[in-house]
Design a protein. Structure first.
Length: 230
């Protein structure tokens, strides 16, 4: 079995025919290693996003990975390609996605997910991929904010094209990554923790009945107050 001692923040996804896909931060790049024997052994890592060895992670800010029913691999990660931005102590990343349609041998050019540059600086996001190939992404974004705070944005990636970018929730926790999952029909549900100046921040979810084209009204998950303000 290969050693990944020099890697950080791994993310796993299962694919067809026992495929296990592993994305991680290695030597400042986003790489992917694959197992076709249920995780007993992995292929050597392939660079999915070449960041010139400058990619950073930390505190839920690593890459995410998903595999559809045909074996197409999707990877998302908050990275900074701008050389001047990288020089800053706290560079602002953009959220990018890449895909492989040849079994992880090569990956597409990075596609920026957030619409406005430097408006997704936290890098907190989640990814899930449906069997039909639609990748669903949610992330923290402040492009519509006039006051401090973060909102949750959502978008679909379909056959390499970004669509359906929309705002799902406003004034959410500034340091909590959102969560996303799929039901048996490939419909996404998004969960998050609210933010703002409240003595008790509660947890909510919002479900789509049609593959992410529209979302129903938010519903609170916890019945008792969290009594957590930060």
């Amino acid at each position: 079995m290969l050693s990944f001692d020099d890697s950080q923040q791994p993310a796993l996804a299962l694919g067809p025919s026992g495929l296990v896909a592993l994305a991680m931060l290695q030597r400042g790049n986003i790489v992917v290693a694959l197992s076709r024997d249920g995780g007993a052994s992995f292929s050597p890592p392939v660079i999915a996003m070449d960041c010139n060895g400058q990619a950073r992670g930390g505190r839920q800010r690593g890459s995410r990975i998903g595999v559809d029913g045909r074996g197409t691999i999707t990877v998302t990660a908050p990275v900074t390609f701008d050389a001047d931005e990288r020089k800053k102590r706290y560079p602002s990343p953009e959220l990018y996605a890449v895909q492989s349609r040849d079994g992880g041998k090569t990956f597409s050019q990075p596609l920026r997910i957030n619409a406005t540059e430097k408006k997704a600086p936290e890098g907190l996001h989640a990814l899930t991929v449906a069997a039909d190939g639609v990748a669903h992404v949610v992330w923290l974004d402040l492009s519509e904010r006039t006051r401090p705070g973060q909102d949750i944005f959502y978008a679909r990636l379909t056959q390499g094209k970004l669509e359906g970018r929309t705002t799902l929730a406003r004034t959410v926790c500034e340091c909590c990554a959102p969560g996303i999952g799929l039901d048996s029909r490939g419909n996404p549900t998004v969960a998050w923790r609210e933010g703002g100046e409240k003595e008790s921040r509660e947890v909510f979810w919002r479900r789509s009945p049609d593959g992410g084209r529209r979302f129903l009204s938010p519903q609170r998950i916890n019945t008792d107050p969290t009594k957590e303000a930060g």
